[in-house]
Design a protein around this ligand. Structure first.
Ligand SMILES: C[S@@+](CC[C@H](N)C(=O)[O-])C[C@H]1O[C@@H](n2cnc3c(N)ncnc32)[C@H](O)[C@@H]1O
Length: 263
């Protein structure tokens, strides 16, 4: 192998390792350090610094990076939610977005809700900086979008206030008991007949992808692996009861969108 190729391989490895190290430090690494510190842990203890520190939020929230993290399936997943929303009649009704997310999912979902006739959109997140950052993507809708600091696992919203609820890759980051609470709350705040659109990771069908995905979760997001079995969101919703659910999987089963109708 000539030296040019060797240098290119080393450069690529270096970039991959540094990127991996960066993401480890601002996600699981930070939580491990936080777990060692004494004292009471707040309801925000599970939230990674990349969602609470404004500099990190601005550094990471770059569409190509976000798409790459979701193996370039981001656009497809968001499009599925958007088309689901556009088929609803949300006239004079509210859409709730339970937690902010990077990339263009929020503006696309907000746009779809207004196209479907929604009167207002409510965006709830436990971190004020995330809400501030998200508000900057929604200048075109000011006055019709409400950004509220709230905890998805114990919401301050009244029963049945929303007719659609979008939860985009939140569950895999929550400790297991909180996953169930977030799903129960998602149902409580929906009006009967309302729809929950839930995007998440799913157990891949291909063993190679399953091995890579397993490694990713073990290193970066160990709370996510339970979505493959003990905390499969579809089974959880069915166990909670009162839902009619449909699941579509993407990219050899690596991702899923669950559309759940509250009965
Ligand atoms: C939706 S998740 C991850 C999304 C995905 N990795 C992305 O950004 O594309 C990240 C968001 O969830 C929020 N969050 C975490 N725990 C929450 C909770 N209990 N209630 C409300 N929001 C929460 C974080 O503050 C952050 O804004």
């Amino acid at each position: 192998m000539n030296s040019w190729v060797m240098n290119a391989v080393f450069a690529l490895l270096f970039i991959l390792l540094t990127t991996g190290l960066f993401f480890f430090v601002v996600t699981r690494g930070a939580l491990l350090v936080r777990g060692l510190s004494p004292g009471l842990h707040s309801e925000k203890a599970h939230v990674y610094p990349i969602y609470s520190n404004m500099r990190l939020i601005k550094l990471v929230d770059f569409q190509p990076i976000i798409s790459a993290i979701l193996l370039f399936q981001y656009h497809r997943l968001v499009s599925k939610i958007v088309s689901g929303l556009e088929q609803l009649d949300l006239t004079e009704k509210k859409l709730l977005i339970t937690s902010c997310a990077f990339g263009n999912v929020i503006p696309r979902v907000v746009h779809a809700a207004f196209r479907a006739g929604a009167k207002r959109v409510l965006i709830a997140d436990i971190i004020q900086n995330e809400l501030l950052h998200t508000s900057r993507k929604l200048d075109a809708y000011s006055g019709r979008v409400e950004l509220i600091e709230d905890n998805a696992t114990a919401m301050r919203q009244e029963d049945g206030i929303a007719h659609a609820n979008v939860m985009f890759f939140l569950l895999h980051e929550l400790p297991h008991p909180l996953k169930l609470k977030a799903l129960s709350e998602a149902g409580r705040v929906l009006a009967p007949g309302g729809k929950l659109f839930l995007a998440e990771f799913h157990r891949p069908e291909l063993w190679v992808l399953r091995a890579l995905s397993w490694t990713y979760f073990k290193v970066f997001e160990p709370l996510g692996l339970a979505l493959w079995d003990t905390h499969d969101p579809l089974s959880c919703l069915e166990n909670i009861g009162g839902w009619s659910c449909e699941r579509t999987t993407y990219f050899f089963g690596n991702f899923q969108i669950i559309t759940a109708t509250k009965l």
